[in-house]
Design a binder for this molecule. Structure first.
Ligand SMILES: [Fe+2]
Ligand SMILES: [Fe+2]
Length: 134
């Protein structure tokens, strides 16, 4: 389980709310993986994909609104992770390898998310606050 209290917070609060939802979905996935509840896993993966798309699209919209200079760097990292995410889900649907899914969503992604929030999201939020106010 990921403890949201330990996830870095950024200056623009709307982004923190989205990150909290993301963490909640990852924790829900863990619960269904532990229970070997295939239907629950499927449903949560769909919700996570939709949520992640919205999470990234919203940050990209905010960055465009304030003409954030390293926009492309931040967006290409979102694109990379979204592609990887979709590939992992497709692979799990084909092979039903729960250990692989567990490794990706309960280790790789939480580590990535923490790093990403601490670096690119933190810089982005500061820039948004400078231009939009917080
Ligand atoms: Fe984010
Ligand atoms: Fe981001």
């Amino acid at each position: 389980m990921i403890d949201f209290k330990l996830v870095p917070k950024v200056a623009f609060d709307e982004m923190n709310r989205v990150h909290a939802e993301e963490v909640e979905l990852l924790n829900t996935l863990e619960k269904y993986l532990d229970a070997k509840d295939r239907e629950g896993i499927e449903k949560t993966l769909d919700e996570m994909l939709e949520h992640t798309r919205g999470h990234f699209a919203n940050e990209e919209r905010l960055m465009r609104e304030v003409n954030f200079p390293p926009y492309m760097m931040h967006k290409s990292e979102h694109d990379r992770v979204l592609n990887e995410f979709q590939f992992v889900v497709m692979d799990w649907r084909n092979h039903k390898d729960d250990a692989m899914l567990r490794n990706y969503f309960l280790e790789t992604i939480p580590e990535w998310l923490t790093q990403h929030i601490a670096s690119m999201d933190t810089m982005t939020a500061q820039f948004i606050c400078m231009h939009k106010g917080c």
